[in-house]
Design a protein around this ligand. Structure first.
Ligand code: AMP
Ligand code: MG
Length: 508
């Protein structure tokens, strides 16, 4: 909770972060060099010490000087701050120039395990890409990204992470006046489908080749130097996105703005704007206030993933094959394979959620479909349905209490029995004890997700009253999502009538 002078100071002490900045060594047209704009009264409100340690950073120094460092007021030695160039399709419309308008990459570090990570400030002031924006972020969206990205990580889903959050002491002007804040994001990289599109839109094939080789070296080293690596890169990115989206669906996550500038080629979840977790199961669920057509609805995410992969493949066409028609055919096949890959990953996710082992039977597909249809028709809470089913799995002879707890989630509890009977009969043919099955199910069906009403409650307390206790409590609960935490039962329950959050908003 230290305050720092609003001036940029460069220090010569041993660096708490050993930067090694590979992106800043790329050609000058990939970014703009720009320093964060100092803020008047930074306060460190959250520091992710375990993440700092995992990254091999000097956690003590960062915690002590966090207000100055994570506000951008003090630049550390070795940092080469840049704003990255990118373009993107926003809700299907191509924008040839977006770029980091309110984010600045401080640099990269190589973790003790050899993995490279970006450290980026979001909300650190204007850049040449800001257009009409102020380059700032409000406290609410900063805390939201903190909570949800860390929750995703705890759920085991690839995601960017939260290293720190500071308040700036300065207001930001949106529809209302809000407290300003800066978020420190850690990512495998911030290279997006839109980064490739930026160069493709300029017909700059040389830059695409350089970018592709950088991405391969960083995220897909097994492809380095191989023949046909650009087509292989499309497949490799498609594979990670297919797996990622299957994992999102498994926990009821709705990204909300799957624009191509918000899809990382590393396969991490990135940009937590109007994202939300579904309570009642309905594939058409949309929360984002700006998604009026439901383009980014829960059940539409695989199709949008494929659409984005098609946009990615297009940028690589000149490198895929010298004959344009041949390149298009090859790229099209890769785009088609995306959906096959997604189906495979989704099958893995949903089978595990239902406690079905590797041994597949013909009627499994129908059993899965029937379960989802039951949840939909009966307006059941998605997360609780799978968690209660995990409890019911513990007893092969139908534990009446556990079965009743599942049935109670349905509009008509009597509708549960026929499906449960089928499921139990099927489970008997799997070579697993009920105890093993229940434990396996509990390890993939979370008890806790960041429920919208709990997230909003924590954000309101922090932004309106300066009370961060709910934010802290929510983070704590969500760090162990697969454990029953009886003391925090209130965080597991769906919103009561009147508590539902109907819309979420972008943090811009
Ligand atoms: P987002 O919707 O947050 O992914 O942002 C889309 C684009 O708008 C990116 O180029 C951002 O850098 C830019 N942007 C969003 N908010 C701001 C802001 N407050 N100031 C400047 N640029 C912004
Ligand atoms: Mg974005």
């Amino acid at each position: 909770m230290t305050e720092a002078a609003p001036t940029l100071t460069k220090r010569s002490d041993p660096a708490p972060i050993a930067f090694d900045n590979s992106y800043a060594r790329l050609p000058a047209n990939f970014f703009t060099r720009i320093e964060p704009t100092p803020v008047t009264a930074p306060r460190l409100i959250k520091f992710n010490r375990p993440l700092a340690v995992e990254m091999g950073l000097d956690a003590d120094a960062l915690e002590r000087d966090g207000a100055a460092i994570f506000s951008g007021n003090r630049l550390l030695p070795g940092s080469e701050p840049i704003a990255m160039a990118y373009a993107g399709h926003q809700f299907g419309q191509f924008v040839p120039q977006l770029g980091d308008g309110r984010a600045i990459l401080l640099g990269e570090v190589v973790r003790p395990d050899g993995e490279r990570r970006d450290i980026q400030l979001k909300g650190s002031g204007q850049t040449p890409w800001s257009r009409r924006g102020d380059g700032r972020a409000a406290l609410g969206p900063v805390l939201r990204e903190y909570i949800v990205s860390e929750a995703m990580h705890a759920l085991g889903i690839p995601t960017t992470r939260a290293l720190a959050a500071v308040t700036t002491g300065q207001p930001v002007y949106r529809e209302t006046i809000l407290p300003g804040a800066i978020f420190t994001r850690v990512a495998a990289s911030h290279i997006r489908v839109g980064t490739f599109q930026y160069f493709a839109a300029r017909g700059d094939t040389d830059s695409i080749r350089v970018l592709a080789d950088h991405v391969i070296g960083r995220h897909y080293p097994e492809l380095a130097g191989t023949d046909g690596r650009h087509l292989k890169l499309v497949d490799a990115v498609a594979e990670r996105q297919a797996r990622l989206i299957a994992r999102w669906l498994g926990v009821g996550f709705i990204h909300g703005v799957m624009n191509t500038d918000n899809m990382a080629v590393s396969g991490e979840t990135i940009d937590f704007g109007p994202c939300a977790f579904m309570d009642v199961y309905d594939p058409r669920t949309v929360f984002s206030s700006i998604d009026q057509m439901g383009r980014y609805a829960y059940g539409n995410q695989p199709l949008i993933g494929q659409w984005n992969i098609a946009r990615f493949a297009e940028t690589l066409l000149p490198l895929i094959h010298e004959t344009p028609d041949e390149a298009v055919d090859l790229a099209n096949d890769a785009v088609t394979r995306f959906m096959e890959r997604f189906q495979e990953h989704w099958k893995t996710v949903i089978r595990a959620k239902l406690g079905l082992s590797e041994h597949e039977e013909d009627e499994d597909t129908d059993l899965i479909r029937a379960f989802l249809a039951l949840l939909h028709a009966q307006k059941a809470d998605f997360t609780l349905a799978f968690r209660r089913l995990s409890d019911a799995a513990a007893d092969e002879g139908a534990d009446e209490g556990a079965d009743a707890a599942f049935a109670a989630l349905l509009d008509d509890p009597l509708a549960a029995a026929p499906w449960l009977i089928r499921w139990r009969a099927r489970a008997l043919r799997d070579n697993r004890s009920p105890g093993e099955r229940a434990a396996a199910m509990r390890s993939v069906n979370p008890a806790f997700i960041p429920r919208n009403h709990k997230v909003e409650e924590a954000l309101a307390a922090a932004t309106e009253d300066g009370d961060f206790s709910l934010f802290e409590a929510l983070n704590g609960v969500l760090s162990r999502p697969y454990e029953d935490q009886p003391a925090f039962a209130a965080y597991a329950t769906p919103p009561k009538p009147g508590e539902e959050v109907l819309q979420t908003f972008c943090g811009t």
